[in-house]
Design a protein around this ligand. Structure first.
Ligand SMILES: [Zn+2]
Length: 235
């Protein structure tokens, strides 16, 4: 077999190892993304639970302000009642006091409900915080495993790339250029053995004059149909 071809096939083998390692490394990415998504969902839930506490707190504070104002007004009515002279005026003021007492009682009941809501929202935050913490802890071993796998895979990839570069030196420049161009396309490999008289990739017949190019010692020829380099395994 032609020495150029031997060097080219050796390079292709190294490239297969590089590609396999790259694919393995890439396959880990969705796993990390899935773990990240899970934590992001927990964080989102925590964010909205905290927002609920804040909103419930604002509502409670508003009610407190309202109740304070009502109480002050009620106190003024009581003071006025002490100074009032006419019975008619006193009766009107008493009616006003009664009415306001009812309103105040309603607001106070509302305040109790709002205070319950704050507590409920705070409990929810505690639950969600715990769930997020548990999710993080549950992920830790898998994350460690992935990080170790990534490091190991990266190391293999670096080694494979170095070996690839070394092998590339043995291939003559024009042939290497051709090989790299074909490899940049969308066929899995750049060099295929002839299958009988057909291209080993697309199975289109390779014309006799092209096969003669191979037999005349040029080692490879291009497939007219798919563009890959073909060689004759028998030579
Ligand atoms: Zn072909």
């Amino acid at each position: 077999m032609d020495l150029d071809l031997v060097a080219l096939l050796a390079l292709q083998e190294k490239d297969r190892v590089v590609t396999a390692n790259e694919a393995e490394l890439k396959a880990l990415e969705p796993q990390v993304a899935a773990l990240d998504d899970e934590l992001a969902r927990a964080e989102n839930e925590l964010g909205s639970a905290r927002k609920n506490v804040e909103d419930a707190g604002i509502k409670r504070t508003e009610l407190e302000g309202k109740i304070d104002t009502y109480r002050i007004m009620q106190e003024r009515r009581r003071q006025r009642l002490e100074w009032v002279k006419g019975a008619k005026e006193a009766a009107a003021l008493m009616a006003e006091l009664d009415l306001a007492r009812g309103v105040l009682a309603k607001e106070e009941a509302e305040w109790i409900r709002s205070a319950d809501k704050v507590e409920e929202a705070e409990r929810k935050v505690t639950d969600v915080e715990q769930a997020a913490e548990e999710a993080r802890a549950a992920q830790a071993p898998r994350r460690e495993q992935i990080v170790a796998l990534q490091a190991e895979c990266q190391e293999r990839l670096n080694l494979a790339r170095a070996e690839r570069e070394e092998s590339a030196k043995a291939v003559k420049k024009p042939l290497l250029g051709r090989y790299d161009r074909v490899r940049g396309g969308n066929t899995p490999l750049a060099v295929y053995a002839l299958q009988g008289t057909a291209c080993g990739h697309c199975y289109t017949a390779v014309p006799i004059h092209r096969r003669q190019v191979i037999q005349n010692g040029q080692g490879v020829t291009g497939c007219e149909a798919c563009g890959v380099l073909v060689y004759d395994p028998a030579t």
